[in-house]
Design a protein around this ligand. Structure first.
Ligand code: DNO
Length: 405
């Protein structure tokens, strides 16, 4: 039994190569057909091309991240059925090609959000940081989202205003560009990086959710799941929804994959185990009421993919991406719960014992400062995370075997 060691690869545009990934200790790759526009079919031919390249490098294509869900589906617009049909064809084609784990998310308009991509840690490494008051400054004073102030307390608005007043116009633009483009474009973001006025387009996209609250978005999600899960079952493909990052509503948008209650809802909407979860400890950990090992123990039987990293949550609502492994950060207990889950799958006669795992993001360290990489995806920092997690896994596995769990 093992966790399959993987790293994410963004295809030909990725400054990190497949050979780098192999040398870093991964055996598997997590990738997507990034060149195919969201909503279009992934043909067998295109899937095979990427798969063959990965295999020629001595690796396996373990997980698709992501087969993106088009905004039309999240909004349930009249053209959604044709786009869902394409999604189903893509799932069938992936199944035919033997790529059988598919990660996706259901976050409207914007995927993950950080305000500082170069937060310096005491040892000189860089991590990514979410500063709540900076984000509020972006929302109210830079993006100027209509009625944004009403989402915050007067104290939050005042703090954000004072931060905004200390920013130069260039700094304000850079913050907006990081949030709307830099952290989104390489993962199929909804605003074209060549757009002359990204903020304007972004506001238009947000506006489409004016009448979509949490319950309506859940309804739209359930419609999608009821359509695609039967096809996933027929094709032997496991879908694994990625949690919201961060796991709370932003910019007036509902976010519905954030908490224990959300996972309960997800399962009752479509109970099949093919309706699974990407357990992203970093995303879920940015919320104080998410206790990672307990959440994992509760929903572990439908976790098909692991993103392991630890978030340091601060009292004012800020958080940053901490080290993958440190004695008190909870990752040891989480790893223990993961190994227990594998054991119970074995007892239940399940075939999917070896869950793919990636360290998710990494700190920028050492030679990463001389190399290019997408934000969050420096090679050496991820290599360190992978090595630490693998060591932890092996040590625990050795110990737990003798305790005969
Ligand atoms: C960021 C990632 C997310 C994730 C998607 C999955 O680095 O963890 O963009 O890939 O949400 O659909």
């Amino acid at each position: 039994m093992q966790l399959i060691k993987t790293l994410r690869w963004f295809g030909d545009k990725d400054p990190v190569s497949l050979s780098d990934i192999r040398q870093a200790g991964a055996t598997g790759v997590v990738t997507a057909l990034h060149h195919i526009p969201n909503g279009n079919v992934w043909s067998v031919e295109e899937i095979q091309k990427v798969k063959s390249r990965i295999e020629a490098a001595g690796l396996t294509w373990e997980v698709v991240e992501s087969l993106p869900v088009h905004e039309a589906i999240k909004q349930a617009t009249s053209d959604q059925d044709a786009i869902i049909e394409n999604y189903k064809i893509s799932l069938r084609n992936l199944g035919k090609c033997g790529v059988k784990t598919v990660c996706y998310n259901f976050m409207p308009v914007i995927d993950w959000v950080r305000t500082d991509l170069h937060y310096q840690l005491p040892n000189g490494a860089e991590a990514m940081y979410f500063q709540l008051s900076m984000f509020i400054a972006f929302d109210i004073f830079i993006l100027k989202r209509p009625h944004a102030e009403s989402d915050y307390t007067p104290k939050q608005v005042a703090q954000a205003q004072s931060l905004y007043e200390q920013m130069s116009p260039e700094e304000a633009e850079k913050l907006a560009y990081n949030i709307i483009i830099v952290t989104q474009a390489f993962i199929d973001g909804s605003v074209d990086p060549n757009e002359a006025d990204p903020k304007k387009i972004f506001l238009q996209l947000l506006k489409k959710y004016d009448h979509i609250d949490k319950y309506q978005l859940r309804e739209n999600f359930a419609y999608f799941l009821n359509e695609v899960i039967p096809v996933a079952e027929e094709s032997g493909v496991k879908l694994a929804v990625h949690p919201d990052d961060p796991p709370f509503p932003l910019l007036g948008l509902p976010r519905i994959v954030s908490s224990e209650e959300d996972f309960e809802w997800l399962i009752q909407a479509v109970p099949s185990l093919h309706n699974g979860i990407t357990f992203c400890s970093g995303s879920l950990g940015a919320r104080p009421d998410n206790h990672l090992p307990s959440l994992f123990r509760k929903f572990g039987n439908r976790v098909h993919f692991l993103h392991l990293r630890i978030t340091k949550l601060l009292e004012n609502g800020d958080f940053f991406e901490a080290e993958h492994l440190s004695p008190n950060n909870g990752v040891i207990e989480l790893m223990e719960a993961i190994i227990e889950e594998q054991n119970s799958r074995q007892h239940a006669g399940r075939a999917d014992l070896n869950i793919p795992m990636r360290p998710d993001h990494g700190h920028k360290i050492l030679d990463d400062f001389k190399r290019k990489a997408n934000p969050g995806y420096p090679l050496i920092g991820r290599l360190k995370g992978l090595a630490e997690l693998y060591g932890l896994e092996q040590g625990l596995r050795y110990k737990m075997k003798y305790e005969n769990i």
